[in-house]
Design a binder for this molecule. Sequence first.
Ligand SMILES: [Zn+2]
Ligand SMILES: [Zn+2]
Length: 153
Amino acid sequence: MPIRPENRRRYPADWPEISLSIRTERAGGRCECRGQCGTGHRGRCEARNGGPHPDTGSLVALTVAHLDHQPENCAPSNLMAACQRCHLAYDRKHHRQTAAATRRAALEEAGQQPLFLEPALDECEPEWEPRRRPVVAVPGPDVWPVRPEVRCA
Ligand SMILES: [Zn+2]
Ligand SMILES: [Zn+2]
């Protein structure tokens, strides 16, 4: 995943070297994801740098993911060499959780019941049942007269 401009300065100066050593020395050029991404592959991902992706067939360019999503934390235990597919899926999961938490917090702050929101996306995986939307007691436009009745005197 390309480093976002606003996050660039959160990476240490030697990030390129750290990233390279994780991808080559530790990972041996193979995606290290063992299912953390949630895409459902069994065991370690088969994607190898420079080869076709086993699922998508597109060229794999190995990247390095931060497991806690904090670019400052470059401890080897927080890093995972990942193919684009696993990296994107892993980040997306986090993004959903963050977005859902933000929505919940905003609602709670507004004094509303978060229960009636759309189901939080982090609760949507792998399968989810949509929560019923609350029945709104306001008549729809089909109930309202389009224009007031004109009465002749
Ligand atoms: Zn992978
Ligand atoms: Zn994966």
